[in-house]
Design a protein around this ligand. Structure first.
Ligand code: ASC
Length: 128
C-alpha cells in the first residue's frame, strides 16, 4: 500500500529508472559501444527480469496527475495496459534466458524484442 498517490508515482518511476539503467548497459554491449561481457549481461538481465515484475503495483487509479508521464487512458484500457506489461515481462524473461545461454546473437535479438515491448506501452500510455 502507498500512503499517497505521489508515493505510487515515485515507486514506479524509481523501478523504471533502475530498469532503464540496467537495460541500457546491455544495449551498450549489443551495440558494441563496449565489450560484450557475459557475466555483466547476465547480472543486468537478472536485474531487468526481476524489476519488470514491480511497476504494475504503482499504477493505481488516480495517479495520472502531478509529477508523472502516465496518461489517464491507462485506466480506461487497464486490461490492454496490463497485457502489454505482461508481454514486456515475458520478453525480459527471454532476455534472461538468452543471457544465461551466453549466446551473443540471442542476447542481441532478445534485447531488440524487449525494447520494442517497452516502446509499445510508451507509444500509447506515456506522455512524450
Ligand atoms: C531503453 C529505455 C526505454 C526503452 C525504449 C525502447 O533503453 O530506457 O524506455 O529502451 O526506448 O524503444
Amino acid at each position: 500500500e502507498f500512503k499517497k498517490p505521489a508515493d505510487a508515482i515515485h515507486y514506479r518511476q524509481a523501478v523504471f529508472e533502475v530498469m532503464a539503467h540496467n537495460f541500457a548497459d546491455i544495449g551498450a554491449m549489443v551495440k558494441a559501444k563496449k565489450p560484450f561481457d557475459k557475466a555483466t549481461v547476465l547480472m543486468r538481465a537478472q536485474n531487468v527480469a526481476t524489476l519488470s515484475k514491480l511497476p504494475l503495483e504503482g499504477f493505481i487509479e488516480g495517479t495520472s496527475s502531478g509529477h508523472t508521464d502516465a496518461l489517464p487512458v491507462i485506466w480506461e484500457n487497464k486490461a490492454d495496459f496490463e497485457a502489454k506489461l505482461t508481454a514486456m515481462q515475458q520478453n525480459a524473461a527471454q532476455l534472461l534466458q538468452a543471457a544465461q545461454s551466453g549466446d551473443e546473437d540471442a542476447v542481441k535479438q532478445a534485447f531488440a524484442v524487449t525494447g520494442k515491448s517497452c516502446k509499445a506501452c510508451h507509444d500509447l500510455y506515456k506522455k512524450d
